[in-house]
Design a protein around this ligand. Sequence first.
Ligand code: GAP
Length: 490
Amino acid sequence: MADLQSLDTIVSLAKKRGFIFQSSEIYGGLGAVYDYGPLGVELKQNIRREWWNAMTRKHDNIEGIDAAILMHPRVWEASGHVSSFNDPMIDDKQSKMRYRADMLIEDHIRRLQSKGKTDDAKRVQELLDTSGTRKSLTEDLYDIIIGEEIHSPDSGAFDWTEVRQFNLMFKTQFGSTSTGDNNDVVYLRPETAQGIFVNFLNVLNTSRQAVPFGIAQIGKAFRNEIVARQFVFRMREFEQMEMQYFVNPESDVENYHRWREERLNWHLSLGVREENLRMADHPKDKLAHYAKMAVDVQYHFPIGWQEVEGIHDRTNFDLSRHQEYSGKKLEYFDPKTQQRYVPFVIETSIGLDRCTLMVLCDSYREEEVAGDKEGSSETRTVLKLHPKLAPITAGIFPLVKKPELQDLANKLVHQLNDDYKVQYDEKGSIGKRYRRMDEAGTPFCITVDFEGLADQTVTLRDRDSMEQIRVSIDKIDQAIRDKAKNWKPE
Ligand code: GAP
C-alpha cells in the first residue's frame, strides 16, 4: 500500500475525476484560480458542513454570520492591511519571474545548511532576522541577496531589480459614477475576519449573547498571491472558515489553549491520520503585529509540513483599531463583574480549499489487489475518505442490465437519496464500477443481483476492506449508518 508521493498525482486525479479544474481552462486558465467539479463541490460542501456544525450547532455561544465581500475601505486601513499586507518582491530581469525576497534568502540558508556550512547559514539567518534595522526592510533584503550572490532559482541569472513591497489586496472601483480616482476604491476582502469584527456589536445586541461568545463565518477571500504554484494550497480566490471568540482580557490564555485543543481534535474527526498532523507554535519574534500567541495546525503534505489552520490570540487589537477609526465604542460591559473592557479575541482560521487538499492527500492510496482474471493482480487507486466526507456515499449497481434488477436498483436510489448522495451505475463490469467508485472515494457499493430479487437482499461492498456482505433491503440504511459511524482511518 503506497501513500501519496507527489502533489502532481492529486492534481491529475482531481482533474480526471472531476474534483478540481483550473478556472477558465479553455482560455488557457487563470493563475492560482480553480473551479470545483461535481465530486469536488460535494467534498467541499461536506467539509464546510462539518466545520459549521462543529463550531455553531455544538456551541450554543457561537453565532454565525455571512458578511459581504466588499467592505468600507476604512476597514482595511484600521486592520493594517492597506499599510502592511505586503510581500517584499524581487524580479529576475532576464526571466521576468517574480520571487518573494525573504523566501529566496530562506532557500539560500537551507542550501548552506545542507552543504554543512552552518556558520554561514547562521550568519545569513541573523541578517535576515534583523532586516529592516540597518536601512529599510526592502533595502536590507536586497543587500543580502546581492551580498550573498543569490542567483535566480529558475534562470540561474544574477540580474535582479530592487526589492519592492507588493500589496496583496485586489482593488476594484465602487459605483457607476466611478471617476477612477482613489475615492471610489474598494477592496475584495483578504480575510473574512474583519466582517466579524465590524459586526461585533450587531451580533452582541441582537443575539442575547454575553462575553465569552463567538462569531463564525464561512466565505470567500481574495489575495493577489505572487508565489502561487501549489494547486489549491495557495490560491488568489479561496474560502475561509473563521471564528472569533470574544473573551474577557483576563481569560485569553486559557481560551487560547482550549481552542488549540478543540481545533486539533476537529482535524482528527475528519479522519486525517494523527501522524500527519502537528501543532507548530509561532516563535515570539515571528508573531504577527496583532498577535500575542499563535500556533499553526500543520499537515504533512507532499510539499512538506504546511499550515492548514492558524489559531491566534489577537488581543483587543482589531476591536480597538475599529473603535479608533470608526469613532464607535466597541466595549463590553459585564453586569456580573461591573467591568468595562474591549474584549480580547481568540481566532481560529482555516482555509476550506487547503483543508480539502489535506483531506484528498491524506486519503490517497495505491494498493495491489486481485485482478479480474484468475491469479492476476492490478493496482487500485482509492481515496479512503471518511464516509461523512465522501462526495458519493453509495454506488448502486444492477449486476447486469436486466429490467427487474434495474428497477430494484432505482428503487434503492430513491430509498437512500433523501439522506445520502448516491449514484446509479450500470456501465461496464462490476470490477470496473468498483474501481471508479474507489477513485471517487465512495465508501459503499450496493449491487442488486438475481439472488437478492428472491429474498429482497443486496450485497454491500466496503471500499476499504473490499469485503461484501449480504444485507436485507430494509436494513441497508442502518447498515450504512453503522459502518459510517464506526469508520476509522487506517
Ligand atoms: N484571519 C486570519 C488569517 O486570514 P491567514 O494565516 O492569513 O490568517 C488563514 O489565513 C488560513 O487561510 C490559512 O491557514 C490557510 O488555510 C488559508 N489561506 C490563506 N491564504 C491562502 C491562499 N492564498 N490560498 C488558500 N488558502 C489560504
